[in-house]
Ligand binder design. Structure first.
Ligand code: NAP
Length: 319
C-alpha cells in the first residue's frame, strides 16, 4: 500500500477518503509547523508528500525521500519546492491554482482599501483612546475611485483584481512578460513597461510568483520611480519587494504607504522595522483564507495525490 505523508494536521473529512486506499500519516499539529529535520525523518518512506507553503522542500530533502512519486503543495505558489530537483528524479509536483483566484483577489482589494483609507491604523486609534474629537483633516487617506492601479503580474489573480478595480472606476495598467490582449480588449486594461507603470500608478499591486527573476524586483531604484503619494501592495510572496528598501522609501516619504500580506520571513518577527510604521498595513498571509476556498484547495491536493498514486495524470501538474 502506498504511503502518504501530510506535513500539517488537516480536517479528517478531507483526509478520510484517502485512508481507504493508502497508508496515511499526518503531522499532529494544525498550528505548529514541522521543522525541516522532522519532515526528513517522518516522511522517510512516503510515496506522496502533501506540503504547506511554509515547508522548505529543497534538493537534499527530495533526494532523501527515495520512494517519492508526488509532492502536492497546498498553495498556487511553489517557490518553497525545488521543482527542478523533483523533475530530475521523476517526481511529479502539483499545486492548487484557480480555486483560490477570486478569494485572493477579494483579500487583495480589502488590503488595498484598508491601506488607502488607513483602516487598521485608525481602528487602533479608537481602541487606544486617541479619538478625542472629529477634525477636518484627521485620519485622511487616499481615494481609490478614479485612481490609477498598476498590476505587476497579470495572471489569474491579477486579472480578477483588475476586474474589481473597474467597479471602482480605476484606470488599470499592468505589466507581465506577455501581453493579455483579450483582457485589454474586453476590459480596457493597458499594458505598460515596469518603469512606466511604477511612475504612473497611484497603487501598485504585486502578483507575480516568486522566482529568481522576481526576487527583489521592487527595490530602491523601482521605489524611487513611484509617486510620493503612491501605495504598494504585496499579496504575492515576500522577497519580491526588498523589505529594507521599502522601509527606507516609507520613512523618507518616497512613497506614501504599503500593504503587506506576505513577508521575507513568515511569521514576520515582532521586532521587524516595518511593523513600527503606522502607514504599513499588515496581514498574516491570508490571501486564500476563506473556509470554502481552503477546503477546495485541500480537495485538489487530495485528488491529485490519489491520481498520481493510481498512475493517472493529476489535474494540476507543475512538473
Ligand atoms: P499566475 O496565473 O501564474 O500569474 C502570475 C503572473 O505573473 C503571470 O501572468 C505571469 O505572466 C506573471 N509573471 C511571472 N514572472 C514575471 C516577471 N518576471 N515579470 C512580470 N510578470 C511576471 O498565478 P496566480 O494564480 O495569479 O498567482 C500569482 C501568485 O500569487 C502566486 O504565484 C503566489 O505566489 C501568490 N499568491 C499569494 C496568495 C496569498 O495568500 N497571499 C494566494 C494565492 C497566490 P508572464 O509569464 O507572461 O510574465
Amino acid at each position: 500500500m502506498d504511503n502518504i505523508y501530510i506535513t500539517r494536521k488537516l480536517p479528517e473529512e478531507i483526509v478520510e477518503p484517502l485512508r481507504a486506499k493508502f497508508d496515511v500519516h499526518m503531522w499532529h499539529s494544525e498550528s505548529i509547523a514541522m521543522t525541516y529535520e522532522e519532515i526528513k525523518i517522518n516522511a522517510k518512506g512516503a510515496h506522496a508528500l502533501w506540503t504547506m507553503l511554509s515547508d522548505n522542500i529543497d534538493r537534499a530533502l527530495i533526494e532523501s525521500l527515495s520512494n517519492l512519486k508526488v509532492i502536492s503543495n497546498f498553495a498556487v505558489g511553489y517557490n518553497n519546492i525545488d521543482v527542478e530537483a523533483a523533475k530530475e528524479h521523476g517526481i511529479i509536483v502539483t499545486n492548487t491554482p484557480g480555486v483560490l483566484t477570486e478569494t485572493t483577489a477579494d483579500l487583495t482589494f480589502a488590503l488595498l482599501l484598508a491601506t488607502a483609507r488607513r483602516i487598521t491604523e485608525v481602528e487602533q486609534e479608537i481602541r487606544s483612546g486617541n479619538w478625542t474629537s472629529w477634525s477636518p483633516m484627521q485620519y485622511t487617506g487616499m481615494d481609490i475611485f478614479g485612481a490609477t492601479l498598476g498590476i505587476v503580474g497579470m495572471g489569474r489573480i491579477g486579472e480578477a483584481v483588475a476586474r474589481r478595480a473597474k467597479g471602482f472606476d480605476m484606470n488599470v495598467l499592468y505589466h507581465n512578460r506577455s501581453r493579455k490582449l483579450e483582457a485589454e480588449e474586453t476590459y480596457g486594461f493597458t499594458y505598460a513597461e515596469l518603469d512606466d507603470l511604477l511612475k504612473q500608478s497611484d497603487f501598485v499591486i504585486l502578483l507575480t510568483p516568486l522566482t529568481p527573476e522576481t526576487k527583489g524586483l521592487i527595490s530602491e531604484r523601482e521605489l524611487n520611480l513611484m509617486k510620493n503619494t503612491a501605495t504598494i501592495i504585496n499579496v504575492a510572496r515576500g522577497g519580491i519587494v526588498d523589505e529594507q528598501a521599502l522601509f527606507n522609501a516609507l520613512t523618507s516619504k518616497k512613497i506614501w504607504a504599503a500593504g503587506l500580506d506576505v513577508f521575507e520571513q513568515e511569521p514576520v518577527p515582532l521586532d521587524h522595522p516595518l511593523l513600527t510604521l503606522p502607514n504599513v498595513t499588515v496581514l498574516p498571509h491570508i490571501g486564500s483564507a476563506s473556509i470554502r476556498t481552503r477546503q477546495a484547495m485541500m480537495e485538489l491536493n487530495a485528488k491529485d495525490i490519489e491520481a498520481v498514486l493510481e498512475n493517472r495524470e493529476p489535474q494540476n501538474r507543475i512538473v
